[in-house]
Write a protein that binds this ligand. Structure first.
Ligand SMILES: [Fe+2]
Length: 297
Protein backbone atom coordinates (compact mmCIF):
# COMPACT_ATOMS: atom_id res chain seq x y z
CA UNK A 1 0.00 0.00 0.00
CA UNK A 2 1.26 3.51 -0.69
CA UNK A 3 2.74 5.30 2.29
CA UNK A 4 1.45 8.85 2.62
CA UNK A 5 3.81 11.22 4.31
CA UNK A 6 2.93 14.82 4.83
CA UNK A 7 5.95 15.51 7.01
CA UNK A 8 9.58 15.00 6.06
CA UNK A 9 10.80 11.53 6.93
CA UNK A 10 13.17 11.30 9.87
CA UNK A 11 16.65 12.21 8.71
CA UNK A 12 19.25 11.05 11.15
CA UNK A 13 22.95 10.61 10.61
CA UNK A 14 22.28 6.98 9.79
CA UNK A 15 19.18 7.15 7.58
CA UNK A 16 18.71 9.74 4.88
CA UNK A 17 16.89 10.25 1.61
CA UNK A 18 18.15 11.27 -1.77
CA UNK A 19 15.65 12.41 -4.40
CA UNK A 20 15.94 12.26 -8.16
CA UNK A 21 14.31 14.25 -10.93
CA UNK A 22 15.06 13.59 -14.58
CA UNK A 23 14.00 14.87 -18.00
CA UNK A 24 12.54 18.10 -16.69
CA UNK A 25 12.92 20.09 -19.92
CA UNK A 26 12.75 23.69 -18.72
CA UNK A 27 12.05 25.76 -21.80
CA UNK A 28 9.07 23.61 -22.71
CA UNK A 29 6.29 25.77 -21.28
CA UNK A 30 3.63 23.08 -21.65
CA UNK A 31 5.40 21.29 -18.79
CA UNK A 32 5.45 24.28 -16.44
CA UNK A 33 2.81 22.99 -13.98
CA UNK A 34 4.50 19.58 -13.72
CA UNK A 35 7.90 21.19 -13.22
CA UNK A 36 6.64 23.49 -10.48
CA UNK A 37 4.80 20.76 -8.63
CA UNK A 38 7.76 18.36 -8.87
CA UNK A 39 10.19 20.93 -7.43
CA UNK A 40 7.79 22.05 -4.72
CA UNK A 41 7.05 18.51 -3.54
CA UNK A 42 10.67 17.32 -3.67
CA UNK A 43 11.75 20.36 -1.68
CA UNK A 44 9.29 19.49 1.09
CA UNK A 45 10.71 16.04 1.78
CA UNK A 46 13.74 16.89 3.88
CA UNK A 47 16.12 15.27 1.40
CA UNK A 48 19.86 15.12 1.98
CA UNK A 49 20.27 15.85 -1.74
CA UNK A 50 18.10 16.45 -4.80
CA UNK A 51 19.81 15.28 -7.99
CA UNK A 52 18.68 16.73 -11.31
CA UNK A 53 19.67 13.90 -13.65
CA UNK A 54 19.96 15.73 -16.94
CA UNK A 55 17.70 17.11 -19.65
CA UNK A 56 17.05 19.82 -17.11
CA UNK A 57 16.61 22.21 -20.04
CA UNK A 58 15.33 21.70 -23.57
CA UNK A 59 18.32 23.56 -25.01
CA UNK A 60 21.51 24.89 -23.45
CA UNK A 61 20.42 28.49 -24.03
CA UNK A 62 20.26 31.31 -21.51
CA UNK A 63 16.47 31.70 -21.59
CA UNK A 64 15.99 27.99 -20.80
CA UNK A 65 18.41 28.24 -17.88
CA UNK A 66 16.69 31.41 -16.69
CA UNK A 67 13.43 29.45 -16.45
CA UNK A 68 15.25 26.67 -14.59
CA UNK A 69 16.82 29.09 -12.12
CA UNK A 70 13.41 30.48 -11.15
CA UNK A 71 12.65 27.17 -9.44
CA UNK A 72 16.18 26.03 -8.60
CA UNK A 73 16.90 29.24 -6.68
CA UNK A 74 13.86 28.65 -4.46
CA UNK A 75 15.08 25.22 -3.32
CA UNK A 76 16.00 24.78 0.32
CA UNK A 77 17.32 21.31 -0.46
CA UNK A 78 20.98 20.85 -1.46
CA UNK A 79 20.97 20.29 -5.22
CA UNK A 80 23.37 18.65 -7.63
CA UNK A 81 22.88 18.73 -11.41
CA UNK A 82 24.40 16.63 -14.17
CA UNK A 83 24.12 16.90 -17.93
CA UNK A 84 21.88 14.95 -20.29
CA UNK A 85 21.80 15.06 -24.06
CA UNK A 86 19.66 18.21 -24.05
CA UNK A 87 22.36 20.06 -22.13
CA UNK A 88 24.51 19.64 -25.25
CA UNK A 89 21.80 20.86 -27.64
CA UNK A 90 21.42 22.78 -29.91
CA UNK A 91 23.82 21.19 -32.35
CA UNK A 92 24.59 24.65 -33.75
CA UNK A 93 26.47 25.40 -30.51
CA UNK A 94 29.82 23.70 -29.81
CA UNK A 95 29.73 21.22 -26.92
CA UNK A 96 32.15 23.32 -24.86
CA UNK A 97 29.87 26.35 -25.20
CA UNK A 98 26.88 24.24 -24.13
CA UNK A 99 28.74 22.95 -21.08
CA UNK A 100 29.83 26.49 -20.18
CA UNK A 101 26.17 27.54 -20.32
CA UNK A 102 25.30 24.62 -18.04
CA UNK A 103 27.95 25.65 -15.50
CA UNK A 104 26.75 29.24 -15.49
CA UNK A 105 23.06 28.42 -15.74
CA UNK A 106 23.03 25.84 -12.95
CA UNK A 107 25.78 27.38 -10.86
CA UNK A 108 27.82 24.18 -10.93
CA UNK A 109 31.59 23.98 -11.30
CA UNK A 110 31.37 20.81 -13.40
CA UNK A 111 28.85 18.53 -15.11
CA UNK A 112 29.93 15.37 -13.25
CA UNK A 113 30.84 14.80 -9.63
CA UNK A 114 31.02 12.45 -6.70
CA UNK A 115 29.70 12.85 -3.17
CA UNK A 116 30.21 10.73 -0.07
CA UNK A 117 27.25 10.18 2.24
CA UNK A 118 28.30 7.70 4.90
CA UNK A 119 28.59 4.80 4.07
CA UNK A 120 27.94 5.30 0.35
CA UNK A 121 29.77 6.93 -2.52
CA UNK A 122 27.49 8.51 -5.11
CA UNK A 123 28.95 9.08 -8.57
CA UNK A 124 27.10 11.38 -10.97
CA UNK A 125 27.97 11.08 -14.67
CA UNK A 126 27.16 13.73 -17.28
CA UNK A 127 26.84 13.57 -21.03
CA UNK A 128 29.59 15.66 -22.61
CA UNK A 129 30.31 14.43 -26.10
CA UNK A 130 28.56 14.12 -29.45
CA UNK A 131 29.08 10.97 -31.51
CA UNK A 132 28.00 11.88 -35.06
CA UNK A 133 29.47 8.67 -36.52
CA UNK A 134 27.21 6.43 -34.38
CA UNK A 135 23.60 5.35 -35.10
CA UNK A 136 20.98 8.03 -34.47
CA UNK A 137 19.87 6.60 -31.13
CA UNK A 138 23.30 7.06 -29.52
CA UNK A 139 24.74 10.12 -31.25
CA UNK A 140 23.72 12.37 -28.38
CA UNK A 141 24.81 10.32 -25.37
CA UNK A 142 28.61 10.43 -25.46
CA UNK A 143 30.99 10.42 -22.50
CA UNK A 144 34.36 12.10 -22.98
CA UNK A 145 37.58 10.17 -22.48
CA UNK A 146 38.46 12.67 -19.77
CA UNK A 147 35.32 11.79 -17.81
CA UNK A 148 35.86 8.04 -18.32
CA UNK A 149 39.36 8.40 -16.90
CA UNK A 150 37.98 10.38 -13.96
CA UNK A 151 35.41 7.63 -13.34
CA UNK A 152 38.09 4.91 -13.40
CA UNK A 153 40.27 6.88 -10.99
CA UNK A 154 37.35 7.71 -8.69
CA UNK A 155 36.25 4.08 -8.45
CA UNK A 156 39.81 2.89 -7.90
CA UNK A 157 40.30 5.44 -5.14
CA UNK A 158 37.08 4.28 -3.42
CA UNK A 159 37.34 0.56 -4.09
CA UNK A 160 36.21 -0.29 -0.55
CA UNK A 161 33.18 1.99 -0.55
CA UNK A 162 29.72 0.75 -1.62
CA UNK A 163 28.91 2.87 -4.65
CA UNK A 164 25.82 4.15 -6.47
CA UNK A 165 26.09 5.60 -9.98
CA UNK A 166 23.58 8.05 -11.43
CA UNK A 167 23.67 8.81 -15.17
CA UNK A 168 21.27 10.46 -17.56
CA UNK A 169 21.03 7.68 -20.16
CA UNK A 170 21.03 3.99 -19.28
CA UNK A 171 23.73 1.45 -19.91
CA UNK A 172 22.79 -0.73 -22.85
CA UNK A 173 20.45 -3.60 -21.95
CA UNK A 174 19.69 -2.48 -18.43
CA UNK A 175 16.15 -1.08 -18.62
CA UNK A 176 13.29 -1.33 -21.07
CA UNK A 177 14.27 0.13 -24.45
CA UNK A 178 17.78 0.88 -23.20
CA UNK A 179 19.25 -0.95 -26.20
CA UNK A 180 17.64 1.81 -28.27
CA UNK A 181 18.56 4.74 -26.02
CA UNK A 182 21.86 3.81 -24.37
CA UNK A 183 24.95 5.64 -23.27
CA UNK A 184 27.20 5.65 -26.33
CA UNK A 185 30.14 4.52 -24.19
CA UNK A 186 28.24 1.54 -22.73
CA UNK A 187 30.91 -0.97 -23.65
CA UNK A 188 33.73 1.04 -21.99
CA UNK A 189 31.48 1.64 -18.98
CA UNK A 190 30.78 -2.10 -18.68
CA UNK A 191 34.56 -2.65 -18.67
CA UNK A 192 34.96 -0.10 -15.89
CA UNK A 193 32.09 -1.70 -13.94
CA UNK A 194 33.75 -5.09 -14.31
CA UNK A 195 36.66 -3.76 -12.25
CA UNK A 196 34.45 -2.06 -9.66
CA UNK A 197 32.43 -4.68 -7.80
CA UNK A 198 31.56 -2.07 -5.17
CA UNK A 199 29.02 -0.53 -7.59
CA UNK A 200 25.71 -2.10 -6.57
CA UNK A 201 23.10 0.36 -7.87
CA UNK A 202 22.85 2.39 -11.10
CA UNK A 203 20.05 4.84 -11.81
CA UNK A 204 19.23 6.40 -15.17
CA UNK A 205 16.50 8.29 -17.02
CA UNK A 206 16.46 9.58 -20.62
CA UNK A 207 13.98 7.13 -22.17
CA UNK A 208 11.04 9.09 -20.63
CA UNK A 209 9.23 5.78 -20.24
CA UNK A 210 6.59 5.66 -17.52
CA UNK A 211 6.43 2.57 -15.30
CA UNK A 212 3.25 1.44 -17.04
CA UNK A 213 2.71 1.70 -20.79
CA UNK A 214 -0.82 1.05 -22.11
CA UNK A 215 -1.66 -0.95 -18.99
CA UNK A 216 1.50 -3.03 -19.20
CA UNK A 217 4.29 -2.83 -16.60
CA UNK A 218 7.63 -2.05 -18.18
CA UNK A 219 10.96 -3.53 -17.19
CA UNK A 220 12.31 -0.69 -15.08
CA UNK A 221 14.53 -2.52 -12.57
CA UNK A 222 17.05 -5.08 -13.71
CA UNK A 223 19.56 -7.00 -11.64
CA UNK A 224 22.33 -8.33 -13.84
CA UNK A 225 24.59 -11.19 -12.77
CA UNK A 226 27.24 -8.63 -11.87
CA UNK A 227 25.56 -7.86 -8.56
CA UNK A 228 24.52 -4.41 -9.74
CA UNK A 229 20.87 -3.40 -9.93
CA UNK A 230 19.81 -0.91 -12.61
CA UNK A 231 16.77 1.26 -12.00
CA UNK A 232 14.97 3.53 -14.45
CA UNK A 233 13.72 6.89 -13.21
CA UNK A 234 10.48 8.15 -14.83
CA UNK A 235 10.52 11.68 -16.29
CA UNK A 236 8.98 14.99 -15.29
CA UNK A 237 8.11 15.40 -18.99
CA UNK A 238 4.87 13.74 -20.06
CA UNK A 239 5.82 12.38 -23.49
CA UNK A 240 7.87 9.43 -24.56
CA UNK A 241 9.05 7.31 -27.44
CA UNK A 242 8.67 3.55 -27.05
CA UNK A 243 10.17 1.04 -29.44
CA UNK A 244 7.61 -1.55 -30.39
CA UNK A 245 8.69 -4.39 -32.67
CA UNK A 246 11.61 -2.27 -33.86
CA UNK A 247 9.54 0.84 -34.58
CA UNK A 248 9.96 4.03 -32.57
CA UNK A 249 6.50 5.33 -31.68
CA UNK A 250 5.62 8.58 -29.96
CA UNK A 251 3.22 8.58 -27.00
CA UNK A 252 1.77 11.31 -24.84
CA UNK A 253 1.83 10.24 -21.20
CA UNK A 254 -1.15 10.31 -18.90
CA UNK A 255 -1.55 12.41 -15.79
CA UNK A 256 0.97 10.36 -13.82
CA UNK A 257 3.94 12.19 -12.36
CA UNK A 258 6.34 9.86 -10.59
CA UNK A 259 9.98 9.71 -9.68
CA UNK A 260 12.27 7.71 -7.38
CA UNK A 261 13.54 8.33 -3.89
CA UNK A 262 16.43 6.49 -2.28
CA UNK A 263 16.04 5.86 1.45
CA UNK A 264 19.57 5.03 2.50
CA UNK A 265 20.15 2.84 5.55
CA UNK A 266 23.59 1.68 6.71
CA UNK A 267 23.02 -1.82 5.30
CA UNK A 268 20.66 -1.20 2.36
CA UNK A 269 19.09 1.32 0.03
CA UNK A 270 15.36 1.21 -0.43
CA UNK A 271 14.45 2.47 -3.89
CA UNK A 272 10.93 3.86 -3.75
CA UNK A 273 8.55 5.26 -6.31
CA UNK A 274 7.32 8.67 -5.28
CA UNK A 275 3.93 9.60 -6.70
CA UNK A 276 4.30 13.36 -6.80
CA UNK A 277 0.59 14.06 -7.43
CA UNK A 278 -0.59 11.86 -4.55
CA UNK A 279 2.41 12.65 -2.30
CA UNK A 280 2.69 8.92 -1.72
CA UNK A 281 5.57 6.49 -1.59
CA UNK A 282 5.56 2.93 -2.84
CA UNK A 283 8.35 0.39 -2.39
CA UNK A 284 10.12 -0.60 -5.61
CA UNK A 285 13.26 -2.58 -4.85
CA UNK A 286 15.68 -2.92 -1.94
CA UNK A 287 19.35 -3.25 -2.80
CA UNK A 288 22.21 -4.19 -0.52
CA UNK A 289 25.88 -3.35 -0.99
CA UNK A 290 27.97 -6.08 -2.54
CA UNK A 291 30.82 -5.04 -0.25
CA UNK A 292 30.88 -3.43 3.16
CA UNK A 293 33.05 -0.46 3.84
CA UNK A 294 36.11 -1.70 5.74
CA UNK A 295 35.79 0.88 8.52
CA UNK A 296 32.11 0.04 9.03
CA UNK A 297 32.69 -3.73 9.35
FE1 LIG B 1 17.67 12.58 -22.63
Amino acid sequence: MPEHFDLPAQDTDRVFRIGLLTDIHFGNDSLRARQELAFCRMDSLGLRLLCLMGDIVDNALSDNYETARRLVNKLNTPMLALTGNHEVFPLSLPVEACLANFRTGMGRPRHYAWRYFDPYLFVFLGIDQREPHLPKTRRDTGTSEQQLQWLRATLQAHAQTPTVIVSHAPLENTVEDSDHFPLAASSQLYDILGEAPQVFLWLSGHTHLPDVHCGESLKTAVALGSGCTFVHVPPVADYYVHVIKGDRQFFRGGEDLQTRLLTCHPDRIEVQTYDILANALQPMVTVRPTIRRASAA
